[in-house]
Design a protein around this ligand. Sequence first.
Ligand SMILES: Nc1ncnc2c1ncn2[C@@H]1O[C@H](COP(=O)(O)OP(=O)(O)OP(=O)(O)O)[C@@H](O)[C@H]1O
Ligand SMILES: [Mg+2]
Length: 366
Amino acid sequence: MRINSLQLFQFRNYKELNISLHPEIIVLYGTNGAGKTNILESIYVGTIGKSHRTNDTSDMLLFNADEAGIVVNFEKKDTPQKVNIKLFRQGPKDIRLNDTKISQKELIGTLNTVIFCPEDLQLIKGSPSGRRRFLDMEISQTSATYYHQLLQYNRLLQQRNTLLKEYRGKQNIPLAEWDIQLADMAAFIVKKRMESLKKINLLIDLMNRKLTGGLENLTIGYEQPYGKDNHLVYTKEAFYDLLQESLPQDRHRMTTSVGPHRDDLRFFSDSIDLKRFGSQGQQRTAVLSLKLSELEFIKSEVGEYPVLLLDDVLSELDEARRNNLLQFIHKRIQTVITTTDIHDFENLQGVQFIQCQEGQVHYGKP
Ligand SMILES: Nc1ncnc2c1ncn2[C@@H]1O[C@H](COP(=O)(O)OP(=O)(O)OP(=O)(O)O)[C@@H](O)[C@H]1O
Ligand SMILES: [Mg+2]
């Protein structure tokens, strides 16, 4: 996967922008607020149709503009492709692949990227929803069916929760149809997550050994807060039974307590729970290994490496980890890096420097 060029129109602080990207490492540098992350964000929107840092589309439109545009020209397995996205202050997005209109669902998996930003360093310590989102987006980029099922599951879940609220205190709540479908989708989602996690576990341990010099054994466990005796629930029958069992509680709380929307990941280093006992450095290494394993996972599913987007994370890593990361991507993965300090990259080969400044870019070093 390689991005050749990017055009922005009224996107964030860019009134108009057209940049060509080098096939290896692209370093976007500039002062705070210059618009470096905005460029990464636009590429990410080209990947999944929405931003990694806002749920509100209008945030991405240049102040006072009514629409914004993103065009990404890229090559997937040497075939040139073009994603064209128009965002509107009012109304739905318009997404086109090679000039044909497609849905957001169809876009996912077209342009593959992996983004690594400072907030990701909180992945292990942070809330379960962040870890679920991570896993879901990783799988979705390689499986359209998974993303489709996930959307449907979330829609059904919302409808069920609405019913639980509407029938508060009443008898005979008509959930049977919902629960059969919900159990079916829950089973599909959990099975796919378990299967993917098995592959990711092999990869993450490999990556972690590279980063730590083979010292620590890193694994990710799948957890269900409603599971019994450490047995995972993954069949539709078991989900259906559990939904019935928890109905009194669900009615009381007016929310659904069983299903993949409650599941979580847990990271272990040599059987030590990293969330509870890991040092900051161990957690960082684990997240870095996770990101590298994501690159390998997508490669194994799709057949080539995704584009890597590194948002100012190198400055957060110590020198040894930074060098390990750069060595890993070198000549293998097209990588767009944002930084305020270009010193770290001055001795690297195959780097394109682009300076961001007040909504414009300039090629080359200062
Ligand atoms: N919708 C918008 N319209 C116009 N300008 C915007 C919009 N949203 C954000 N900005 C501007 O974009 C800039 C932030 O851009 P960005 O987050 O890319 O900065 P950055 O170069 O990554 O900075 P840092 O080094 O601090 O991370 C801010 O100056 C902000 O005012
Ligand atoms: Mg930034």
